[in-house]
Design a protein around this ligand. Structure first.
Ligand code: PEP
Ligand code: MN
Length: 338
C-alpha cells in the first residue's frame, strides 16, 4: 500500500501516519519529494482496510498495490490450473462444452438429451436436481431421483456430470453422483457454504453472483482454495445491469480480466447471460473468442414444455450447428474444441 500525503503537511503529521502503520504491523518506508511525502507500507499477512489510513490527518490518497486474494491470483501460481476429470481437462488447450437442460424433469427427458449433447461435442452434461427458483411455487427440482437419472444417462453416453448444490447439507449426497459441484449465482457469497466446499475434494464450478464484482468472485474462490480444494472453475453467467432487453448482461470482458488476474479456468454461461435462445449462439462464439476455457449451455428437445428456462434453451440441432463455429474459433486461438 502506498500513502501519498497532502502537500505541505508538518513533520508531526507524517510521523503520526508512520506510527499508525507500524502499530498495525507494517514496515513504513518514507520518501520525501519536493512537495509531497510518500509512504510505502509493506506488510506480510496484515489485514488492510485502506479507508482507515485515508481518514488520517494529512493523507491525500491511499493506493492499494496488492490484491486481497492470494491463492486465486497469478502471483501465487503463474501457470494455469487445469481441472481434470478422467480424460476431460478444463483449463488446458481444449475448450470444453457442458450442456444439458436447466433442470432434470424426467428419465425420458434426460435419456433423450444425453446422446444429443454428446453428439454435439459436449464432454459434460449439466442439469439441476436442486433448483434455486425465485418463486417458492416454481418447480424445485427432482432431488435424489434426478441425480440418479443424470448419472446413469451420463455414464451410458460417456459424459461427466455438473449439477448444482444449494447448501452444505446437500454436499454429501450430490457428491455421490456429480463430477463437478455447481455453486449458483445466488450462493456465491454464502461464506459458510464456501468454507464447507473448501473441505471437499470435488471440483467446483463457481458462478459469479449477479451483482458481484470480479474481485468479489475471486475472493469467493479464495474461500474454497483456502480450505484446500484447488479445483475451482470460475463461471461468468451475466450480471444485473440497467439493461432489460436481455435477462442479464453477459460480461464478456470479465473473461480476459479473470484469465489475467487468476490461474483458474474460466467458463461462460451464455444461456443465463442472455436469457434468450437466439442470443445464446453469438454470445457463446464471443466467449470462446474472448478466451473462455469452456461453455455451460442449456439445451432442451422440447423447450416450449420445459419446466425451467425453456426460452433460453437451445434445440439440440442448434447446439450442433453452434459447435461447428466454436471449432473454427477455437482453432484461430490455437485451441481445440470437441
Ligand atoms: C443454472 O445454471 O440453472 C442456474 C440456476 O444458474 P445461476 O445460478 O447462474 O442463475
Ligand atoms: Mn437455468
Amino acid at each position: 500500500m502506498v500513502i501519498v500525503m497532502q502537500e505541505g503537511v508538518s513533520e508531526e503529521t507524517v510521523a503520526h501516519v508512520v506510527a499508525v502503520l507500524r502499530g498495525d504491523g507494517f514496515e513504513a518506508h518514507r520518501s520525501d519529494g519536493k512537495s509531497r511525502t510518500v509512504i510505502g507500507a509493506v506488510g506480510v499477512n496484515v489485514e488492510v482496510d485502506p479507508r482507515k489510513y485515508q481518514l488520517l490527518p494529512g493523507v491525500h490518497e491511499v493506493v492499494r498495490i496488492t490484491e486481497p486474494y492470494k491463492l486465486a491470483g497469478r502471483k501465487f501460481q503463474q501457470e494455469d490450473t487445469v481441472v481434470r476429470l478422467g480424460d476431460v481437462a478444463i483449463g488446458g488447450p481444449e475448450v470444453v462444452l457442458m450442456a444439458g437442460p436447466c433442470t432434470i424433469e424426467s428419465l425420458e427427458q434426460v435419456e433423450t438429451l444425453a446422446p444429443l449433447v454428446k453428439a454435439a461435442g459436449a464432454k459434460i452434461m449439466r442439469g439441476g436436481a436442486f433448483k434455486p427458483r425465485t418463486s417458492p411455487y416454481s418447480f424445485q427440482g427432482m432431488g435424489k431421483e434426478g441425480l440418479q437419472i443424470i448419472r446413469r444417462a451420463a455414464d451410458k453416453n460417456g459424459l461427466k456430470v455438473v449439477t448444482e448444490v444449494m447448501d452444505a447439507s446437500q454436499i454429501e449426497l450430490v457428491s455421490e453422483y456429480a463430477d463437478i459441484l455447481q455453486i449458483g449465482a445466488r450462493n456465491m457469497q454464502n461464506y459458510t457454504f464456501l468454507k464447507a466446499l473448501g473441505q471437499t475434494r470435488k471440483p467446483i464450478l463457481l458462478k459469479r453472483g449477479m451483482s458481484a464484482t470480479i474481485q468479489e468472485l475471486l475472493l469467493s474462490a479464495e474461500y474454497i482454495l483456502a480450505g484446500g480444494n484447488r479445483d475451482v472453475i470460475l463461471c461468468e453467467r451475466g450480471i444485473r445491469t440497467f439493461e432489460n432487453f436481455t435477462r442479464n448482461t453477459l460480461d464478456i470482458s470479465a473473461i480476459p480480466v479473470l484469465k489475467s488476474l487468476s490461474h483458474l479456468p474460466v467458463v461462460a454461461d451464455p444461456s443465463h447471460g442472455t436469457g434468450i435462445r437466439d442470443k445464446v449462439p453469438p454470445m457463446a462464439r464471443a466467449s470462446v473468442a474472448a478466451g473462455a476455457d469452456g461453455l455451460l449451455i442449456e439445451v432442451h428437445h422440447d423447450p416450449d414444455r420445459a419446466l425451467c428456462d425453456g426460452a433460453q434453451s437451445l434445440l439440440p440441432d442448434q447446439l450442433k450447428a453452434l459447435t461447428k463455429d466454436l471449432k473454427t474459433i477455437a482453432a484461430v486461438l490455437g485451441r481445440t474444441f470437441a
